[in-house]
Design a protein around this ligand. Structure first.
Ligand code: ZN
Length: 137
């Protein structure tokens, strides 16, 4: 059987303890050994965050999954905003910490991921809903 879609759910809580890439002075990312399935076409990371290991994993996929066509990074818990798909009136509420982390994750995407996305890969970044989970300063 060929694995074509890879979904990774990042457990919130686990990575909160991990080193965030932001504020880390050495920006060299580890190269991960091993290889991904050749047929992988679609990668979705739900709960994408600024933790170094998650960013490394993402870069690894971009560099090694030659068949990759679509990469989705969701900084919320789900693939889509629920209030915008019409099924619910309001999105799942996120705590202030989670929203802060999501914004850090977006920064990391800009700094470390965007430059590595080949033209053949469609990158989709899902941000917290600006209506339901806006960051209040
Ligand atoms: Zn919403």
């Amino acid at each position: 059987p060929s694995l074509e879609t890879f979904m990774l759910y990042v457990q919130w809580g686990d990575h909160m303890e991990q080193e965030s890439l932001l504020g880390n002075s050495s920006h060299d990312l580890r190269q991960m050994p091993g290889h991904l399935h050749r047929n992988i076409k679609d990668v979705q990371i739900i709960g994408f965050c600024s933790a170094k290991s998650i960013v490394e994993l993402t870069c690894h996929m971009l560099e090694n999954a030659k068949s990759l066509g679509c990469l989705t990074l969701s900084t919320c818990f789900k693939g889509e905003n629920s209030c915008s798909d019409g099924e619910y009136d309001i999105c799942l509420p996120m705590s202030r910490d989670m929203i802060m982390e999501a914004h850090k994750a977006l920064l990391v995407v800009e700094r470390y991921i965007l430059g590595k996305v080949p033209s053949t890969v469609e990158l989709k970044v899902i941000e917290p809903c600006s209506r339901c989970n806006a960051l209040e300063i």
